[in-house]
Write a protein that binds this ligand. Structure first.
Ligand code: GDP
Length: 140
């Protein structure tokens, strides 16, 4: 399987509860390398752009307000099949449906405040990485 990069966000509910290290340990235990990472407060415009695919959904406003409510940690993860692998480690969107030992089962508070984001395709991974990192900030 090819080495890929995926984009990750540790969401406000995770940073607020001081879970950056605990979640990073789960990421690394799954064989993914954190090749770029920074803690930022995203703007409303960035959040709206990032989640624009969900613009028509009833939870869009709530999602944007949540994402700007506290700092987030944005990351680039690298590894074999990193996109699918990270989705596996994250678990289902709704933590009550997530498998045991996944990040969301272990840490998420609700379907909205679900601790992590991970890209769902190579195309979106490339777009999302470019939204937050320049090439020389990613060191594999
Ligand atoms: P993901 O790829 O597993 O993150 O899930 P989606 O792409 O379907 O949704 C993006 C994000 O929107 C999720 O991670 C949640 O933070 C949020 N979200 C999804 N469904 C709901 C919902 O029913 N209610 C609320 N409040 N937020 C939701």
């Amino acid at each position: 399987m090819a080495v890929e990069r995926t984009f990750s966000i540790l969401k406000p509910d995770a940073t607020e509860r001081n879970l950056t290290g605990a979640i990073n340990a789960m990421i690394e235990k799954a064989g993914l390398r954190i090749v770029a990472q920074k803690r930022v407060r995203i703007t409303k415009e960035q959040a709206e752009q990032f989640y624009s695919v969900h613009k028509a959904r009833p939870f869009f406003g709530e999602l944007v307000e949540f994402m700007i409510s506290a700092p987030v940690v944005v990351q680039v993860l690298e590894g074999e099949g990193a996109i699918a692998r990270y989705r596996d480690v994250m678990g289902a969107t709704d933590p009550s449906k997530a498998a045991d030992n996944t990040i969301r089962k272990t840490h998420a508070k609700s379907i909205g405040e679900n601790s992590v984001h991970g890209s769902d395709s190579p195309e979106n991974a490339a777009i999302e990485i470019a939204q937050f990192f320049s090439g020389n900030e990613i060191v594999g």
